[in-house]
Design a protein around this ligand. Structure first.
Ligand code: NAD
Ligand code: UDP
Length: 310
């Protein structure tokens, strides 16, 4: 049994991670400021004596006693991280410093939730960990992209300078139950629009791509990174390497919900990456990890969830 802190634990990914780590018999402390997370996501855990919840903003220091720290606190949807971009970069940088300070004091292992966004609008395809990326440092997405790049930098420097046991997961687009209704990311948007019979909003012409990973696969990847015997893991891509055009995602969702929504086009947001696909050979090699849930199966479960909450 380990004492595990999950910052951002009441969010979409964090709440599934809380479930998994509790299921494994650990003590879990969920820390969240509820900016995009919700008590509903973890309400079923509140009565469990191995689960604790603390409302705290990770830009402020905090002193806790932990064995493992998963640093997930940060809004992940472009709509939310661009709502208050200064807060977003502060969360990434000061949040990482505070979480790393705690890991250093306790000699605890820390895993940073990084992102495929560190690759920006990539000119290497699929993306490998060695690729340095093509990020616009001054655009509307940079509070998030550069924030995550700075968090990676901090992880590496705390490791090199202070021997902190760090692990960096580069998470690619992940979807599933408990994405917030107002999240604004593509899978939840399309599913909610289709279930309500509303128009499906494809930004741009829909020829650009993403690779979608189901949440259970992602949580398994994060846990196997944290639990691997290595005391240090530099960036490791976690994601599903099956790549889809956004237009095809829209058509699949319409087909699977059985509704007759029509597809409408909206302007492509500035700096929206044209393609994204993880090369996961490193994760396969060092963790023996790969996703198992295909898009159809994952969408089925996601649609079932949103049918209940919409
Ligand atoms: P989410 O928005 O559902 O969850 C983020 C959580 O962090 C929320 O509960 C929010 O309230 C909390 N939070 C935000 N700022 C905070 C602060 N200052 N202090 C404390 N808590 C704060 O997003 P998610 O999809 O669950 O993403 C979780 C993590 O994984 C994020 O760090 C995100 O960048 C990363 N990630 C996610 C994806 C994805 O596709 N889901 C892809 C790449 C990276
Ligand atoms: N997108 C879309 N319609 C929507 C929401 C998003 O066409 O209603 C597009 C968006 O422009 C991007 C892709 O879907 O090209 C994935 O967007 P998301 O916000 O899910 O994540 P990103 O990978 O851009 O961070």
């Amino acid at each position: 049994m380990k004492r595990i802190l999950i910052t951002g634990g009441a969010g979409f990914l964090g709440s599934h991670l809380c479930d998994k780590l509790i299921e494994h018999g650990n003590e879990v402390l969920c820390l969240d400021n509820f900016f995009t997370g919700s008590k509903d996501n973890i309400i079923h855990l509140l009565a469990n004596p191995r689960f604790e919840l603390i409302r705290h903003d990770i830009i402020n220091p905090i002193f806790l006693e932990m064995d493992h720290i998963y640093n997930l606190a940060c809004p992940a949807s472009p709509v939310h991280y661009q709502h208050n971009p200064i807060k977003t970069i502060k969360t990434n940088v000061m949040g990482a410093i505070n979480a790393l300070g705690m890991a250093k004091r306790l000699n605890a292992k820390i895993l940073q939730a990084s992102t495929s966004e560190v690759y920006g609008d990539p000119d290497m395809h699929p993306q490998k960990e060695g690729y340095w990326g093509r990020v616009n440092p001054v655009g509307p997405r940079s509070c998030y992209d550069e924030g995550k790049r700075a968090a990676e930098c901090l992880m590496m420097d705390y490791h090199r300078q202070n021997n902190v046991k760090v692990k960096i997961a580069r998470i690619f687009n992940t979807y599933g139950p408990r994405m917030a209704l107002n999240d604004g990311r593509v899978v939840s948007n399309f599913v909610i629009q289709a279930l309500k019979g509303e128009d499906i909003t494809v930004y741009g012409d829909g020829s650009h791509t993403r690779s979608f990973c189901y949440v259970d696969d992602m949580v398994d990847g994060l846990v196997s990174m944290m639990e691997s015997a290595d005391s240090f893991l530099g960036p490791v891509n976690l994601g599903n390497p099956h790549e889809f055009r956004i237009m095809d995602l829209a058509k699949t969702v319409i087909g699977m919900t059985g509704n007759r929504s029509k597809i409408v086009h909206r302007p492509l947001p500035e700096d929206d990456p044209m393609q994204r696909n993880p090369d996961i050979s490193l994760a396969r090699k060092i963790l023996g990890w790969q996703p198992h849930v295909n898009l159809e199966k994952g969408l089925e479960r996601t649609i079932e969830y949103f049918r209940k909450v919409v």
